[in-house]
Design a binder for this molecule. Structure first.
Ligand code: ADP
Length: 753
């Protein structure tokens, strides 16, 4: 009765308890001298129990699979077998002997063909299969290919189809990882068809074939062959592989000692040295485009590649190229996504820099921000910023992070003549990057000493460019070698540009600050002068006014001549004007120092306006005054002296800026909670561009100059301040050449009836 290990059991792979306990199956292998001899045999001896587990594995058997025989103990034999051979291995005829060749997997992943002589034994009521094996991998591989070549029957065809399907499956398993896929392809074609394989792909510029994966069945050779073959990029069109890539046609050299014309003898000699004999080189083709090559070789003893081998490898190469195409697409998509993520990150970093620069006003503050944020964003170990001195002769250190203290004195000031990356960046106006310490010392041997202290392994120096002007340089250092990709370079250039712009802003800011403080100082001096001068002038003018009034009275009493009297009156008038002027200047200095105070009381604004108009009418007799005032009192809380001053200013302006003969209309009314007073004239009006400014002190509209009206531009400023102190406001409407209307609004003490 044929016995099979049940499928369920073989899948469970659990280690039976008796093996798990670490017990050797002494009931199978004797412990005596015979047992020792068995242990030393070079035959691949193994015993499988009736459930399919290893009950014994000889050291030689373990060696062939690269495994410790102890490790095999209790493992299901099926797990080591090639999937296609498992079914065969389970066909165990008991009793009786059988012979079969099965593929076992080596610990390095490759397959070993082992020819097994099997027999069954029964010990203590248990059935075992004893296997004595021989490693026939080499012979079997050769035979397999020969069989494939010789038999043109349906069997060979279906086998090769089966192997192709196997290849597709093997490639699909690692289809998302390009480098794993390339390794898998090299390993797979080697296992199936040869001893050594080199897979090459075109470089981006299409000029070179770069090694992408190397595999050799004998692990001892792998390192050597890898170092020799992998290091060599092959130029397209040169050498055997280069020719295959260029022509897109496969090349088969059954015996290298008999090479085709034009072959690279040196190369063939090299292959010979590594024990490679027959060669097959096929193109990797994706969508009719050659993307690389597969180089496959067999080692001695010579087993020449056949035409069938070539076709088979070409078929596998087609599938491999397809898989490479998809893996590349996937990698490209992933790279694009990562690039987008990195770009977003860089943008965020630049925004952080911009935000931080908002707080930086001086060049040093700007440099601190750029160094700090630049070091953080690039993952640098040190960073510094230098500014070019005004005479352009030296670079001065403005800010730094991460340098040892002992380098400071040397680095605080660097002459631009010194040969260094910084100066090269400044001279060329371009970003300078160095990716390894060797490159740094080769290009700037002078820096060897400093490099020994800092340990800088990669550096970047960027000029701070503002249009064509170089303002300084930015320096970033890394303690390990580093490659600067296009994004790093763009980031450094942008950072340097941001720094240069911020420098310029800080310079303008400093200039503006200085101009502002100069202006503020000038204003302060002017105010101080006005205040002192008006106080100094006030006393003599008051005395002058007193004496002139006295003189006028006496002259009138003593019957002085009309001419003398007129002269005295002129002196009197001018002295009064001076008093008023000084009064205004004093008001200004009081306003500036916050000392203009009101002495408010309840008053009837209507009565005050009426009185003022009556006083003005005889003085300005060439004007017609129209006065519209409500009958009932308009009560406000105000300083009558200051309000008189306001009205006086407005009336006087109305007369000064109007040709004689005009009408001046004064209207008082209540509106909401306010008293409103309008003074309208028919004068020269105010140009629209001057309107927003006429309440500023010392401001005079150009129209007043063109009409030759003298003045200082103080009156309306004082009016606005006094009205504001009353809690009111003043507005103006004016049409040039037609007249102006000034309206004052003051809060009423009682609601309108
Ligand atoms: P000043 O009259 O001494 O120059 P003000 O402060 O009283 O100073 O007035 C400021 C400016 O406003 C005047 O120079 C003048 O240009 C303009 N202005 C004031 N009142 C009138 C008005 N009623 N008509 C036309 N322009 C006026």
């Amino acid at each position: 009765m044929p016995r099979r290990v049940s499928k369920d059991r073989s899948k469970r792979f659990s280690i039976p308890r008796r093996y798990r306990r670490g017990l050797r199956p002494r009931d199978v292998i004797p412990t005596d001298d015979v047992g020792m001899l068995i242990g030393q045999t070079s035959d691949l001896l193994s015993v499988i129990d009736e459930q399919g587990y290893f009950a014994y594995a000889s050291p030689a058997f373990g060696r062939v699979l690269g495994l410790d025989p102890e490790y095999l103990l209790g493992k299901p034999a099926a797990t080591l077998l090639h999937p296609d051979d498992r079914a065969m291995s389970q066909t165990i005829d008991l009793p009786g002997a059988s012979r079969m060749t099965l593929r076992f997997q080596h610990s390095d992943g490759s397959w070993r063909w082992i020819e097994l002589q099997r027999d069954s034994i029964v010990r203590d009521g248990r059935a075992y299969v004893v296997q004595v094996g021989r490693d026939v991998s080499e012979r079997f591989q050769a035979e397999q290919h020969e069989t494939a070549q010789l038999s043109c029957g349906a069997g060979a065809h279906s086998q090769s189809l089966h192997m192709l399907a196997e290849a597709t499956r093997a490639f699909a398993e690692v289809s998302l990882d390009l480098s794993a896929l390339l390794d898998r392809i090299a390993r797979h074609v080697t296992t199936v068809l040869g001893d050594a394989c080199v897979l090459r792909l075109f470089s981006d510029d299409g000029v070179w074939l770069n090694p992408a994966a190397v595999f050799h069945l004998g692990p001892d050779h792998l390192a050597t062959i890898q170092s020799v073959l992998e290091a060599e990029a092959v130029r397209v069109g040169e050498g055997l592989t280069g020719l295959v890539a260029q022509s897109g046609k496969s090349l088969r050299i059954p015996k290298p000692l008999d090479p085709p014309d034009g072959s690279d003898q040196r190369y063939l000699a090299q292959l010979e040295r590594y024990g490679l004999s027959s060669l097959l080189i096929v193109p990797l083709r994706a969508q009719s485009q050659v993307i690389g090559t597969i180089f496959l070789a067999r080692s001695r003893p010579p087993r020449p590649y056949t035409e069938a081998d070539q076709h088979f490898l070409e078929d596998i190469a087609d599938r491999a190229a397809l898989a490479i195409g998809s893996a590349r697409l996937y990698a490209a998509e992933r790279d694009a996504r990562q690039a987008a993520e990195r770009a977003a990150q860089r943008t965020a970093q630049l925004q952080t820099v911009t935000a931080a620069l908002g707080e930086a006003f001086t060049p040093t503050q700007v440099a601190d921000v750029i160094v700090r944020e630049g070091v953080r964003a690039l993952g640098a170990d040190a960073g510094s910023i230098f500014s070019l001195s005004d005479d352009g002769a030296s670079l001065e250190l403005l800010s730094y992070i991460g340098y040892p203290q002992e380098l400071q004195p040397d680095h605080a000031r660097v002459p631009v003549t010194a040969d260094s990356p910084l100066n090269e960046a400044i001279r060329s106006g371009k970003l300078v990057v160095v990716e390894t310490p060797e490159e740094l010392i080769r290009r700037w041997p002078r820096l060897a000493r400093a490099q020994a202290i800092t340990g800088d392994a990669a550096i970047a120096a960027a000029p701070l460019l503002l249009e064509d002007r170089v303002l300084g340089a930015l320096y970033m250092a890394f303690r390990s070698p580093r490659q600067f990709n296009a994004e790093d370079r763009a980031f450094l250039t942008t950072l340097a540009r941001q720094c240069a712009q911020a420098f310029e802003r800080s310079r303008l800011y400093a200039v503006e600050q200085q101009a502002r403080s100069v202006a503020q100082e000038a204003v302060r001096l002017r105010n101080a002068f006005l205040s002192i001068a008006s106080h100094e002038l006030k006393t003599p003018i008051t005395a002058l006014l007193g004496y002139v009034e006295l003189l006028e009275r006496r002259a009138m009493q003593n019957g002085a001549s009309e001419r003398d009297l007129r002269s005295i009156r002129i002196i009197h008038d001018q002295a009064r004007r001076l008093t008023k002027l000084i009064g205004s200047l004093l008001d200004i200095s009081r306003i500036d120092t916050g000392q203009l105070r009101l002495d408010p009381a309840l008053l009837d604004l209507g009565a005050l306006v009426q009185r003022m108009v009556s006083e003005m009418e005889p003085v300005f007799d060439r004007f017609t005054f129209i006065c519209q005032i409500p009958v009932e009192a308009v009560m406000i809380n105000g300083d009558s002296v200051r309000l008189e001053q306001v009205l006086h200013n407005l009336f006087q302006n109305a007369t000064r800026y109007s040709p004689p003969g005009g009408t001046i209309t004064i209207r008082l009314w209540r509106q909401d909670q306010s008293a409103r007073l309008a003074v309208a004239d028919q004068g020269i009006g105010i140009p629209p561009d001057a309107l927003p400014h006429i309440f500023q002190r010392f401001y005079r509209a150009h129209s007043s100059d063109s009409h030759q009206v003298a003045g200082l531009g103080i009156g309306l400023y004082v009016v606005k301040e006094i009205v504001a102190l009353h809690g009111g406001l003043v507005e103006v409407e004016s049409i040039e050449g037609r007249g102006s209307t000034f309206v004052i609004e003051l809060p009423l003490t009682q609601p309108a009836p």
